[in-house]
Design a protein around this ligand. Structure first.
Ligand SMILES: CC(C)(COP(=O)(O)OP(=O)(O)OC[C@H]1O[C@@H](n2cnc3c(N)ncnc32)[C@H](O)[C@@H]1OP(=O)(O)O)[C@@H](O)C(=O)NCCC(=O)NCCS
Length: 143
């Protein structure tokens, strides 16, 4: 499996993958694929990584800049993140998120927020708090 930046010709595949991954998720508003498209169209998709296996896209993660209410700069939001249903629970999601957080550090990000299950995201260093900084022992920020 290879993790790398998305390519223009993979946009349709990413849309299908995202739709499939969230299709049966009760917490989903079924808008995740449209959110990825909208971020890309707005030039706001700071990091968009795909996991490629046997020539096909099996996973995707997006990171985009967010505004923090206290005016802090350099914060990003993780999501949506999707893994093809038949390829879930094999470490692809974790690999995508780890790589994305590493790239955020490279571009000097101050922190990252995510809205999701603490049971999953806490393994990356995210904490259910009001703030957190990249590189201070963890790799995440608020949930
Ligand atoms: C969430 C998702 C991206 C995780 O990717 P993945 O490749 O399946 O997960 P990984 O193999 O990297 O990680 C597996 C681990 O995460 C746990 N896990 C997977 N999905 C989880 C979830 N929704 N909640 C809690 N834990 C979860 C597994 O139990 C496993 O834990 P273990 O290693 O201790 O056994 C993927 O399941 C997915 O696309 N889900 C549907 C879309 C979605 O819900 N996206 C996230 C919205 S916040």
């Amino acid at each position: 499996m290879q993790i790398r930046a998305e390519r223009p010709e993979e946009v349709d595949e990413i849309r299908s993958l995202t739709t499939a991954a969230f299709r049966d998720m009760l917490y989903s508003s079924q808008t995740e694929a449209a959110i990825v498209d909208a971020l890309r169209d707005a030039g706001a998709l700071t990091i968009s990584l795909v996991a490629v296996q046997d020539g096909g896209v099996v996973g995707h993660v997006a990171f985009s800049a967010v505004t923090i209410s206290d005016g802090s700069n350099g914060w990003y939001g993780l999501g949506p993140v999707s893994v093809r249903p038949d390829q879930q629970r094999k470490g692809i999601g974790q690999a995508l998120i780890h790589k994305g957080l590493e790239l955020l550090q490279h571009i000097g990000a101050q922190g990252c927020v995510v809205l999701g299950d603490p049971g999953y995201y806490s393994r990356f260093g995210f904490r259910s708090e009001l703030c957190g900084k990249l590189g201070d022992g963890g790799s995440g920020g608020v949930l």
